[in-house]
Every structure is written in structure tokens, then in C-alpha cells.
Design a protein around this ligand. Sequence first.
Ligand code: NAD
Length: 310
Amino acid sequence: MRILVTGGAGFIGSQVADDLLASGHEVMVLDDLSTGRRENLPESARFAEVDLRDGLAVRRTLEEFRPHLVSHQAAQTSVAVSTRDPLRDAAINVIGSLNLLEACVAVGSERVIFASTGGAIYGEVPDGQIAGIDTPPAPVSPYACSKFAVENYLHAYRSEHGLQFTILRYANVYGPRQDPHGEAGVVAIFIQRLLAKQPIRINARKRQGDEGCVRDYVFVEDVVRANRLAAEGGVEMPILNVCSSVATTTLELAGTLESVLGCRAEISYAARREGDVERSVLAQNPDSPLGQPTPLRKGLTQTVRWFESR
Ligand code: NAD
């Protein structure tokens, strides 16, 4: 298949692109390198340095490559940026995605895989509960609103133009190539600080000094596998949660990392961060084809080894 991977220079998209190439597909990456890195680009993929907001350039790229499938991983990915600048978030995540969908229709692409967010789309998940795909979305950040908007547009484009889709709602993804300099990606940030023997900070869930927010951490290899299955027709449902279903506080995460690295960290406690959902834990679809998720300790060990090897 000819597959266009948007965001293929980023943390997740580059590993999705690598994996699709290894499975024998022809891959083109579309990315503006705003947060992605040239060094992440797979050597055997074609590359178009294009901003999704430039509808004409997006259209030309698809006309040139004529993908059967578009794996849409590119996005403005920061909840904090979306809160500070919702117009920028919507320009990239909503209008940019619409530019892509219009181009898909124009060149006759058959299907889109969309990287959505299980971590943000369900809003607060109360203690004792896990959010399945039957849980109604309750976005609280502009980022979650823009992702949910695109999900809705996908339904509209399917009924209007017959463009098929698979929505993958990722939980909190961690693994090799995650950027430790961003505002999100606590695993990468903690590993880099622990390796540099610097203190780490736990942002409060409710009150300063508590264990921090509760998250569902999913290893990037599980996300990559979900993408390949979806690309190759192994996912029959239109929406799939990609998650571990394990609830982990920030302090527990820090403890597991200390144990993997065999070190003790100096920990400081900060106030609650604006816009952070307190608790997000997802349920796999009842008939999920994804199999067992990678245990946190195993995924963290592989991630630590990758950071150490750099
Ligand atoms: P990332 O920042 O590493 O990757 C995003 C890529 O998109 C980058 O390569 C960036 O250069 C590119 N990009 C950004 N704006 C662009 C634009 N206007 N035009 C073209 N390219 C643009 O982030 P990631 O963590 O790899 O996220 C990949 C996808 O997964 C995103 O859609 C994100 O919303 C989604 N997601 C990520 C997580 C997570 O925990 N990392 C969780 C849920 C969903």
C-alpha cells in the first residue's frame, strides 16, 4: 500500500512510519518539522516538508503520492499550548486536518487512521472507573475539543464521500524518541532528569504534596502495533482505545523509574497545573484485537536503555 504518514518526524509518527516500511508498504512522510526531528525520518520514506495549514501544499503532496491510506499523526499536541492559544491549536488540529481530508477526497484515498486522544477526550474519569469507547466524550481543553471535532468530521466525510476511517484514542504514550524538553511527556522528562541526577517535580492532583495525577501509560510499541493492525485491516471497529488500563500516579511512576535506574531522586511537590485532568484511565474495547499491553516496568526499562544509549 502507499501510505502517507503525517507527523512522521515526531515521536509516535516516526515509529509508525518505520514499522509500516518494515512491513513492506511504500511510505511518504508529511511534516513541518515544528516539533518533529529530521533525524527521526526513516531513510527509505519520501519526505514532504509541508505545514498542514497550507491547504494547497497538502493537496499537491497527496496528488503527487496518491496514497491509498493516510495515517494522520501530526498535531499541535500540547494541552497547555491549546489553552494559551486555542486559535493556533484549531488552525493546526482542525483546519489542518480538514485540509488533509479534502485532499484525501480529491485524490481518492480510501481510508484515514486518526491519532486521537483517549487521555483528554473523556475528561475526568472518576476514581474506580475506566473510560471505554461507550463513555461519552467530555473534552475540557481546547486540544481535546479539536481532536473530538476531527472525529466528528470523519463521520461526516464517511457519509458524504465514503472516506473510511479508524480512530485510535491513545492513552498517555511513552517510549524511545519522546521529547524530554516539552511540557508533556512526563516519562521522558523524569528519565532525563534522573540520568542527570536532577530533582523531579510532582504536580499536584488536588493539593500540593499528594501523589499527583493518575494516568494510563501505554508503551509506544503497543501504539505502533495498533497502527499497523489498523492499516492492514485488522481493526474492524471504527474507534479503538489504545491503552494499558493500569492507573498510575505520578509518584508511582517516579518510584518505578527509580527502581529501574537503581537510584533515589530528590522529589519536590508543586501546585496543581492549570488544565490537567486529575484522573484518566481507559478500558480496552471488549473485542480489542490488540492483545496484552506491555507492562509498565518493561516499557520503562526499554525507554531508559534508549535514553542511556544517546
Ligand atoms: P510529536 O510532537 O512528537 O509529533 C507531532 C508531529 O507533527 C511532529 O513531527 C510535528 O513536527 C508535526 N506537526 C505539528 N504541527 C504540524 C503542522 N502544522 N503541519 C505538519 N506537521 C506538523 O507528538 P506525538 O506525541 O508523537 O503525537 C503524535 C500524535 O498522537 C498527535 O496527533 C497527538 O495528538 C497524538 N497523541 C499523542 C499522545 C501522547 O501521549 N504522546 C497521546 C494521545 C494522542
